[in-house]
Design a protein around this ligand. Structure first.
Ligand SMILES: Nc1nc2c(ncn2[C@@H]2O[C@H](COP(=O)(O)OP(=O)(O)OP(=O)(O)O)[C@@H](O)[C@H]2O)c(=O)[nH]1
Ligand SMILES: [Mg+2]
Length: 331
């Protein structure tokens, strides 16, 4: 459970207000265990590197292989190795276990810019559109996020802007029903007009948050990417300044392809945040390092990972914590 707070009014928003308070360590523990279980396959192979007695070239070579296996990608692996060697030298570390701790710190530092809470607008409604490839976990994540928002007494309105897939409306309606929130959908409507109607309805009905679910698509399907741009433009017509959030949902199991998805969707839509799902499965987790390295060089700053998905149930959504994630990956 986490609470949402409104951003302060622009005048005194010099330091942005923390939006999502992190739950107590005790509350987060079971989730961490699940994340660890999900990452275990990789974690053990990275941890394995540090079971020897010496710090030598072999250790670094094995570590390089383990990081690549964990989906960190060539660039982030090279970055982490160089950073680690620098730290080892600085600390004059001689124990592999210490080197492992230094790697955990290097990884946590790399991931840190991705850790930022989702903030709601001072003037409601906060409008979010959720995009991603087919089956990434968009609708499920919206369902989970809706529950968290509803629990925090936020009035949520869902827009069924996936007008493509059969049963998509019903799926979203099911999640809306579970959290007793309203949904706007149209039989045979087009996604831009459903989104327009939903934002207009959200304003009229005093909703705090409007979330538009969109159909899955590959970034290579250019006409479908154009459709997303149109949805975004149409939302802006319904409310100036909206959408406030363009969230990409990425399946944590897709390896380096996840980074390609982030880049492509960002180029088309200027993403404001990421949700990384299915980290409870066989996800290797290292792709977060690849995304973090890319984010360092992104004009306009890092795209934060607002949430991670760690299961199919309503409560299986958590805020991203760089240090916890790094620990889970290495242990
Ligand atoms: N294990 C696990 N499964 C998840 C998670 N998030 C979503 N799923 C599952 O992934 C499948 C696809 O989820 P959806 O939410 O329908 O994905 P989508 O992106 O909306 O799919 P399309 O609308 O068809 O593009 C479902 O079976 C979900 O239960 C997660 O964090 N962990
Ligand atoms: Mg969906």
């Amino acid at each position: 459970m986490f609470a949402f707070f409104k951003k302060k009014a622009v005048a005194d928003a010099v330091v942005p207000q923390a939006a999502v308070s992190l739950p107590e360590a005790a509350v987060r523990k079971p989730w961490l265990d699940r994340l660890r279980a999900g990452l275990r396959k990789t974690g053990s192979s990275i941890a394995q590197v540090f079971t020897g007695a010496r710090i030598d070239d072999t250790l670094y070579e094995e570590l390089e292989g383990a990081l690549l296996m964990a989906d960190a990608g060539v660039k982030a692996t090279a970055f982490l190795l160089a950073d680690l060697k620098r730290r080892v030298k600085e600390q004059a570390a001689t124990e592999p276990a210490v080197v492992k701790d230094l790697l955990a710190q290097a990884l946590a530092d790399l991931l840190a810019p991705l850790q930022r809470p989702l903030a709601l607008q001072p003037e409601p409604p906060t409008v979010m559109m959720v995009v991603g490839v087919n089956g990434a976990g968009k609708t499920t994540s919206i369902g989970k996020l809706t529950r968290h928002l509803a629990d925090a007494d936020q009035k949520v309105l869902l827009a069924a802007a996936d007008t493509f897939r059969a049963a998509a409306r019903e799926q979203l309606a099911f999640w809306a029903g579970r959290s007793h929130v309203e949904i706007v959908s149209q039989e045979g409507g087009d996604p831009a007009s459903v989104s327009f109607d939903a934002v207009t309805a959200g304003r009229a009905r005093g909703s705090d948050v409007v979330i538009a679910d969109t159909a899955g698509r590959l970034p290579t399907q250019l006409h479908l990417m154009e459709e997303l741009k149109k949805i975004k433009r149409t939302i802006a017509k319904a409310q100036a300044g909206a959408p406030h959030e363009v969230l990409l949902v990425v399946d944590g199991n897709t390896g380096q392809n996840a980074l390609s998805q982030v880049k492509a969707f960002d180029e088309a839509l200027h993403l404001t945040g990421l949700l990384v799902t299915k980290l409870d499965g066989t996800a290797k987790g290292g792709v977060l390092a690849a995304i973090a390295l890319w984010a360092r060089e992104r004009a306009g700053g890092a795209v934060p990972v607002y949430f991670i998905g760690v299961g199919e149930k309503l409560e299986d959504l958590e805020t991203f914590d760089a240090r916890e994630f790094s620990q889970a990956l290495l242990n």
